[in-house]
Design a protein around this ligand. Structure first.
Ligand SMILES: [Fe+2]
Length: 316
């Protein structure tokens, strides 16, 4: 596989696992195309053409120094200039794959957050309410990432001639789908049982060894779960704190997430929604692993760094 094949696979897998369904994602891309066609020539020039093909603008290719057949990849959750140097030092690394976005992907992180309104709608929140609350939060995130030094890692890759790409929301979609199927296939009554079930997943088992296994952030093991929502695994970053009350009204009792801020935690408490935090880096690893397994099946060797808990399911 070449770099573009790997990027195409990441996007395809992300679409196949998307909460909005394949048709829903296509509708979104068609909408962007229609908007693009109505633009003036000047605005068309400024328009990011990637947006017409890629529904996850936080996932892409940032540097191609040598477009060769990829045999060995260095994969990390956060990739900075350190990991680019590491790839050089290790040698024979054909491509570095990050999970969290860098460069243009980081600048466009907020673009994928629309997905969250659809996820909340999937769990019963009226779409107008979900869209309204997310709109505010999306612009907040867009302003937040605006000040970053976006190109730092990309510049390092360019100077050292290291191929670089990332897979963020595409892989978070895989984790969300995996966890949704996992939870839906079990009869889980209490929050404690949900924690026990999550602890069976190898990535979380590994995370437990360093003290970051699945934890209850709001609620207690004896609380009944009610309807369990996987609404905080994918969609860029944390959504609106005001959504907890709406999710509770829509009939959701427990939310499984990757991480939660204090402000969000307080809102969840007020809404009496149990919050189970599966773990950040471990959940990111789960999604990456499901993608990396496909690379492994194509004969690519995976070297894990920067927090990635590599578990292969490729042989199963
Ligand atoms: Fe993450």
């Amino acid at each position: 596989m070449k770099i573009q094949d790997i990027q195409n696979l990441s996007i395809k897998m992300g679409i196949d696992a998307d909460f909005r369904s394949k048709e829903g994602v296509q509708k979104l891309l068609d909408g962007k195309k229609q908007k693009f066609e109505k633009l003036s020539e000047k605005d068309k020039e400024e328009f990011d053409k990637d947006a017409l093909e890629n529904p996850y603008l936080d996932s892409g290719v940032y540097n191609v120094s040598d477009d060769k057949e990829i045999k060995k990849v260095l994969v990390g959750i956060d990739v900075g200039p350190e990991e680019i140097l590491m790839a050089k030092e290790l040698g024979e690394i054909d491509l570095v794959i990050a999970h969290h976005p860098v460069g243009k992907g980081l600048a466009q992180l907020a673009d994928v957050m629309d997905l969250q309104a659809d996820v909340c709608n999937y769990y019963g929140v009226p779409i107008n309410v979900a869209e309204g609350l997310m709109k505010e939060r999306i612009s907040e995130v867009a302003r937040g990432v605006n000040s970053s030094n976006h190109q730092r890692t990309v510049d390092a890759a360019r100077l050292l001639k290291v191929n670089l790409m990332n897979a963020h929301t595409s892989c978070d979609n895989l984790a969300a789908k995996f966890l949704k199927d996992f939870v839906d296939n079990r009869k889980i009554e209490k929050v404690g049982e949900l924690i026990d079930a999550l602890k069976e997943i190898p990535e979380y088992k590994e995370a437990m060894k360093i003290g970051v296994g699945p934890k209850i952030f709001v609620g207690s093991p004896e609380n009944r779960c009610g309807k369990i929502a996987l609404s905080e695994i994918t969609g860029g970053t944390e959504g609106s704190p005001k959504l907890y009350e709406k999710m509770a009204q829509a009939g959701v009792g427990t939310i499984v997430g990757m991480h939660i801020s204090e402000e969000h935690k307080k809102e969840a408490e007020t809404a009496n929604v149990n919050i189970v935090i599966a773990g950040h880096i471990s959940s990111d690893s789960l999604g990456m692993n499901l993608f990396l397994d496909e690379l492994e099946k194509n004969g690519i060797e995976i070297v894990a760094c920067s927090g990635l808990i590599r578990i292969s399911r490729a042989g199963k």
